[in-house]
Design a protein around this ligand. Structure first.
Ligand code: NAD
Ligand code: 0WE
Length: 258
């Protein structure tokens, strides 16, 4: 098992369909010790049940990623659970107001823009800063975030999230540059559309899935397991020469021009 003796903190599990859970499962399968966070009391029960289904001892922490105190408390708890060392961090967090994921881009409010950027891009910086001392203690680390094609091509209605994902991908590169000296790598997986909780509220999501089936070289949509395995690769020593990269896990959809 490639990850035996390694430790990971996974941020962004809401339920069993979450991409973050697919990544956590892959890490656990390869022998890693994993800690999870849940955003608030609303999802706490579900996340704790998922954690228990794997291991009753699996550490879980409440973490709203925009709350610096909760980041500090989480990192303290992770340090205590994992002997002061952390090898891997997964950032699988995004949010925009529902009204900003439909209609005209030109209607986007300053509040909606700032909120989406703070949650969907800035939290990669704040979580990385929180995890850095534990990764330095481990002699280095690997950080993974989740992005989407809407960062570089227009996907109608993805709107402000597309701008946030462009910002997130640039953040990935700048953090990779900054943290290389600590042997910490920072990469992103650009996943194809998947029917998760974050996709459920979105009008016309089924047509996005259908378009991929029609156009992608593999003629189908990607699964959470496939994203989990690609995430595992970028988090593990198998990718030790890769940093600042965006890896597409989308059944090839993004290569098509028509
Ligand atoms: P999901 O709803 O399961 O996960 C989103 C997570 O973000 C939830 O666990 C939620 O609790 C968390 N979150 C939101 N605001 C937060 C905050 N302030 N603090 C802490 N956590 C917060 O949906 P998902 O599809 O698994 O999304 C995970 C990531 O994957 C997101 O970054 C999303 O943009 C990205 N992504 C999703 C798809 C897709 O089609 N589902 C495709 C590509 C990329
Ligand atoms: O990143 C995402 C979605 C993230 C997301 C989802 C929601 C739904 C509920 C962020 N904020 C919210 N806010 C809510 O209130 N994806 C990659 C999935 C997605 O969303 C789309 C897509 C795809 C794909 C929106 C329009 C078009 C395609």
């Amino acid at each position: 098992m490639i990850l035996s003796g390694k430790t990971a903190l996974v941020v962004g599990v809401a339920n069993k369909n979450s991409i973050a859970w697919g990544i956590a499962e892959a890490l656990l399968r390869e022998g890693a010790k994993v800690a999870l966070t849940y955003q608030n009391e609303r999802v706490e029960g579900r996340v704790r049940d998922l954690a228990k289904s794997f291991d009753p001892e699996l550490p879980c922490f409440q973490l709203d990623a925009t709350n610096d105190e909760e980041i500090a408390t989480t990192m303290k708890g992770v340090g205590e659970a994992f002997g002061g060392k952390l090898d891997m961090l997964v950032h699988s967090v995004a949010f925009a107001k529902k009204e900003d994921l439909a209609g005209g881009m030109v209607e986007t409010s300053a509040d909606g823009f700032k909120l989406a950027q703070e949650i969907s891009a800035y939290t990669l910086i704040s979580l990385t800063r929180g995890a850095l001392p534990l990764m330095q203690a481990a002699g280095g680390g690997s950080i993974l975030t989740l992005t989407y094609l809407g960062s570089e091509k227009v996907i109608p209605n993805y709107n402000v999230m597309g701008i946030c994902k462009a910002s997130l991908e640039a953040t990935t590169r700048y953090l990779a540059w900054d943290l290389g000296k600590h042997n910490v790598r920072v990469n992103a997986v650009s996943a194809g559309p998947i029917k998760t909780l974050a996709a459920r509220g979105i009008a016309g999501f089924s047509s996005v899935l259908e378009k991929v089936e029609e156009k992608a070289p593999l003629g189908r949509n990607v699964t959470t397991d496939e994203v989990g395995n690609a995430g595992l690769f970028l988090l593990s020593p198998w990718s030790s020469g890769i940093t600042g990269e965006v890896l597409y896990v989308d059944c090839g959809y993004h290569i098509m021009g028509m």
